[in-house]
Design a protein around this ligand. Sequence first.
Ligand code: CUA
Length: 255
Amino acid sequence: MLKLEKNVILIATGLLLTMLALLTYSIFGLNIKLPGCVTTAAAFTQGEIIRKTDSLYEVHVVAKMWAFEPQLIKVKPNTTLDIYLASQDVNHGFQIENTNVNLMAVPGAINYARVTLREPGIYHIVCHEYCGVGHQNMSAAIVVGDEIEQSGNSIPLAENQGSLGKNLFNSKGCVACHSIDGNPGAGPSFKGLYGRKEKMSDGQIISVDDNYIRESIRDPAAKVVSTFQAVMPKLPVTDDEIKELISYIKTLEAK
Ligand code: CUA
């Protein structure tokens, strides 16, 4: 073998070893943290409306089965919105009616659009990508008006959302199996549910109240209405959220 060839091999091996050594040092010696997925960054895990100036807002929108967060954004006319869109689960669409904003919410990515809303009115936001059984209920809105109270940092999200219980009904997935129009799905319809007498699979008759609904969410298999199967999963819902869901169910009267 030529001396030159030997030298080349030696230098190449040397460089390779140096690179590996530097890599090992940077991982363990310098304690460098590798960046995670952008959508797991705290700023993009929940909806937020940030008022930059009176006419400029930054809005973090989180899409998830089957709701947008925030559900309602209120601003004055001639407001510019910088919208950052993330998804917590699957692909969703995000289209703002009467504007040219048409984004996809893609898991693992943040998508951005800027829009200036000059005219007063209600700008509906719809999901235009089929994302499961609750897809057709997935919507939000921007209300633009002079007299309205504007959204902003100081307004808690819950207050900003009209009906929190209804939002939970969609976002927690209840909508997948429980209708609100009286038609049975995989589970009983929520229309007129509150106060109704239901026959359980063991023959027992139960009148639907707060306790029954709470138990049905916490332990779905405990008491199942006789004409249905025990297919409901345990959902991650807090006690406060259950209260909101119950007050929403109470509004769905039978008539
Ligand atoms: Cu989200 Cu369709």
